[in-house]
Design a protein. Structure first.
Lengths: 112, 295
């Protein structure tokens, strides 16, 4: 799973969000690493909706414009958790590594 | 609300297909304005780029093609359709003189097998429509019939030289790409009849018999290669499809190169290199981008 997709799905974990809220949450959750352009967000939402990971939860009209709220589907939540576990397992390989015993480097003794 | 910024975004959103705009336009515009920095009256460059790419992808149906991990079958389908388009255009460029000069003016066929070209043109159109609609089994059959008619029209007495003809390989390559589709069955977008527009386009921009009166080659082909490389960044299917189109003349030239008396022809070698110069990066970029199109 690509990083922007991961943070889009992660931003929807706690409930439905509209487009701008997803952009803000993804920015916060990624520590500023994922700054989604609106065009990129909607292309990703199209793809995620097509894949069945995200669906429209609600729709309202704000200032005369439609505003849709998106939420994770059970499949999307499972996919997000599977990816999080994969990343955690990959991180553990480094973070849980015991410090290796100092290797003694023998200097070569060159016979006279 | 900054009205100037809103107008700029509204203009950019016109790049999206009308149906998409009706469904999503107001929502995207709202999000764009929510996300805009205070006091800004021009869209940032990255937002413009994202909207242009998003609009092109919406027009090409990229998101739908690559959903549910169907990227490779969707790519095979587009490449096969492009090859059939070229083959039909090629048959049409031969069929024109047969119909207008031999049948309508002279009212007599020069050779009986000349009728194979108009027949191949008609069956080719049928095959293209069947493939575009997702009837792969019937489409494979009709492509095979079209290929047979094309070979008959070119004279069966010279069959062993046919692989060196510039319009030989399109249909065998299309058949090879279509066979997996019979089982993989990629999604078929609406308005698949639009592939018919590919025939006149192929007639002009790809090598066909028309080049004898319309000397646009090799420039048209270079333009196709450059445009395909650029469009690959938006939809990798385009690059792979054009690479498949270039593979057909490469195979013909290889056949020509190895025929007795032609070995070492520097013109053939140069032409081969020209085709390969576009085909190789198109395949590489396309394959890399198809992998990137995953979630």
């Amino acid at each position: 799973m690509r990083q922007p997709t991961y943070f889009i799905l992660a931003s929807l974990q706690d409930g439905p969000l509209h487009g701008y809220a997803i952009i803000s949450h993804a920015d916060d959750l990624s520590g500023g690493q994922v700054k989604l352009a609106t065009g990129t967000l909607y292309a990703a939402l199209d793809r995620l909706t097509g894949e069945g990971h995200v669906r429209v939860a609600d729709e309202e009209v704000v200032n005369g414009r439609a505003r849709r709220y998106y939420e994770l589907t059970p499949q999307g939540r499972a996919g997000l958790h599977a990816e999080a576990e994969r990343l955690a397992a990959a991180a553990r390989i480094v973070t849980e590594r015991r410090p290796a015993a100092k290797r003694r480097v023998r200097s070569k003794v060159v016979p006279a | 609300v900054n009205h100037r910024l809103e107008r700029c975004y509204a203009r950019l959103l016109r790049l999206y297909p009308a149906a998409y705009r009706r469904e999503r336009g107001a929502e995207i515009l709202g999000t764009l304005l929510d996300a805009a920095d205070a006091g800004r009256d021009h869209p940032p460059r990255r937002e413009v780029a994202a909207l242009v790419v998003g609009a092109l992808r919406a027009r090409l149906g990229t998101a739908a093609a690559f959903s549910t991990g169907r990227g490779y079958p969707a790519t095979l389908r587009v490449a096969a359709l492009a090859l059939v388009c070229h083959a039909v255009a090629s048959a049409g460029s031969h069929a024109g003189p047969v119909v207008f000069r031999e049948l309508l003016i002279d009212r007599q066929l020069m050779f009986v097998w000349d009728i194979g070209y108009p027949l191949a043109f008609l069956t080719g159109i049928g095959a293209l429509l069947l493939l575009a609609r997702g009837s792969y089994r019937l489409g494979v059959g009709l492509v095979a019939v079209t290929f047979g008619l094309q070979q008959w029209a070119q004279g069966l007495q010279n069959l062993r030289f046919h692989p060196a003809y510039p319009d030989f390989w399109q249909l065998p390559l299309a058949l090879a790409l279509m066979l997996p589709l019979v089982w993989l069955r990629p999604a078929v977008p609406n308005q698949s009849w639009r592939w018919l527009f590919g025939i006149p386009i192929a007639l002009v921009v790809l090598p066909t018999q028309l080049n004898e009166i319309l000397p646009v080659q090799p420039f048209a082909l270079w333009a196709v290669g450059i445009v395909a490389l650029l469009l690959s960044m938006v939809d990798p299917r385009v690059g792979i499809a054009v690479a498949a189109l270039l593979l057909a003349p490469i195979l013909s030239l290889l056949g020509f190169y190895y025929l007795p008396g032609e070995v070492g022809d520097p013109f053939v070698a140069m032409t081969l290199l020209t085709y390969a110069t576009f085909a190789v990066p198109l395949i590489a970029v396309g394959a890399a981008l198809i992998r990137r199109m995953r979630l």
